[in-house]
Design a protein around this ligand. Structure first.
Ligand code: UDX
Length: 456
């Protein structure tokens, strides 16, 4: 089997490299010649642990290449669509890239070969049907007879994408065409029996865990598959917002949210994951997906009120963090605040829709000056937020110099190794707000630094 993957963004690069590593000669197609050149040189167009090495291996073996042309589509048995679906101002997903890619793809479909088009981008319910009709128009071929569109949502966590792609919990395939189901089963067979993982494990940046449960392969109709992606991410958002609200209640009642979350998570019906307190969930998926799901549920008169509440609760959490600093410093006007962590979570350079931009905007609106550090995300953050008056520091320690407060927003492991005692000495007012409860084992009290977490 040969594969093509349209889009070399986060999902496309990971998916394309993974297909090549699974043994399918793969072409990644992208309109951006710079990204195409990078892949062909064996480089990753974005930061993701292990991805560059995988791309280098696969291009070196001639299994992976990239191109600005759609010619590879005519040779492919499966073509993944992994282009962006950003939010429109009304919260719904912008499908213009999906339409453009489908039109181009349709013009290159091979009438003599049954091609399976796989929707990997997170798309609203009904998009598989829409793509099928765009393809019919562009190609003159008949959907279900000469090609099929299936939904195969991605569940990749940034920072852990290779683990998620090669050791998935589940693979969801939505189709209404038996031949397409068959081809997808064949495509993913080596992921299901873990044999590909055994073969490739030396390349991965995470420990080999032969004991992990095999992936569940789940087949359904296209609309249900499309919805599974949205409702899963919305459920996780609700779960995080819930523990964040519980953390605030713990502060009021004098309980400890770490123990409360642990005790809750011991119930297997609840589970212990995604109960970690933060300044709020963010990133390129949760805000976009909750917003699309909420808009669509409202449009069809079945509003998901719990998701709406989670979105509001998440905004309130950001305010809460700023208020915590404000009440400690009395006023933020004229104060200097250091920020550690600009990415929405560790192990990524992604600063899209990150909590840091909202918090920094609030701080500066209240008159504070802000300096910031992030191991990977400063460049993207500065590019996405040119209006924010931030002093970027290449050393994390420098955000503390003459600061009235340091706020830890992202729990990069290196922030646990800093000389906090020394940093406290350089601060004008030694106060640390740790929104991830990440540093709580450090003896800040002994060092004369006032330390606060959330809910502890
Ligand atoms: C998410 C989904 O997890 C993944 O399955 C999907 O396909 C893409 O969207 P990702 O956006 O990479 O992945 O991030 P994730 O690890 O889920 O974290 C999302 C946000 O929630 C981050 O801001 C993170 O810091 C926050 N979070 C996560 C918490 O605040 N507490 C937690 O317990 C877990």
């Amino acid at each position: 089997m040969k594969a093509a993957c349209i889009g070399s963004g986060y999902v496309g690069s990971v998916t394309g490299a993974a297909l090549a590593a699974l043994g399918y000669p793969t072409t990644i197609i992208d309109i951006d010649p710079k990204r195409v050149a990078m892949i062909n040189e064996g480089k990753s167009p974005l930061y993701e642990p292990g991805l560059e090495r995988l791309i280098r291996e696969c291009t070196g073996q001639g299994m992976l290449s990239a191109s600005t042309s759609y010619d590879a589509v005519a040779e492919a048995d499966v073509v993944f669509i992994a282009v962006g679906t950003p939010s429109l101002p009304d919260g719904t997903a912008d499908l213009s890239y999906v339409r453009i890619a489908s039109g181009q793809l349709g013009r290159h479909l091979n009438p003599d070969r049954f091609t399976v088009i796989v929707m990997k981008s997170t798309v609203p319910v009904g998009t598989a049907d829409l793509v099928a009709s765009v393809l019919e128009q562009a190609s003159g071929l008949r959907a279900r007879e000469q090609f099929a569109v299936v939904s195969n949502p991605e569940f990749l966590r940034e920072g852990y994408a290779l683990e998620d792609v090669f050791l998935p919990d589940r693979i969801v395939i939505g189709s209404d065409q038996p031949e397409a189901f068959e081809k997808m089963r064949e495509l993913y067979a080596s992921l299901l029996n873990r044999s590909s993982y055994d073969r490739l494990s030396a390349l991965f940046p995470f420990p080999y865990s032969p004991g992990s449960a095999p992936a569940v392969y789940f087949e359904t109709d296209p609309k249900s598959a499309e919805l599974i992606k949205y409702v899963s991410n919305a459920f996780l958002s609700v779960k995080i917002s819930y523990i964040n609200e519980v953390a605030r209640l713990c502060e009021t009642l004098g309980a400890n949210v770490l123990d409360v979350a642990k005790g809750m998570g011991l119930d297997s019906r609840i589970g212990g994951k995604f109960l970690e307190v933060s300044s709020g969930w963010s990133g390129s998926c949760f805000p976009k997906d909750t917003s699309e799901l909420l808009s669509v549920s409202q449009k069809y008169g079945s509003e998901l009120t719990l998701v709406k509440a989670a979105v509001h609760s998440n905004e309130a959490m950001l305010n809460y963090c700023v208020q915590k600093v404000q009440s400690r410093l009395k006023t933020l006007n004229g104060k200097s605040v250091g920020i550690l962590g600009l990415t929405f979570k560790p192990n990524t350079d992604d600063t899209r829709h990150t909590q840091a931009s909202t918090i920094i905007r609030k701080l500066t609106n209240l008159g504070a000056s802000v300096s910031a550090h992030d191991p990977k995300g400063m460049e993207m953050f500065a590019r996405l937020n040119p209006e924010l008056p931030v002093k970027y520091c290449s050393n994390p320690e420098d955000v503390a110099t003459r600061a009235d407060a340091v706020i830890l927003l992202t729990h990069w492991s290196e922030y646990g190794e800093l000389d906090w005692r020394q940093m406290g000495e350089t601060m004008r007012h030694p106060y640390v707000l740790d929104t991830r409860n990440f540093l709580l084992r450090l003896p800040f009290g002994q060092w004369g630094v006032c330390y606060e977490g959330i809910g502890i």
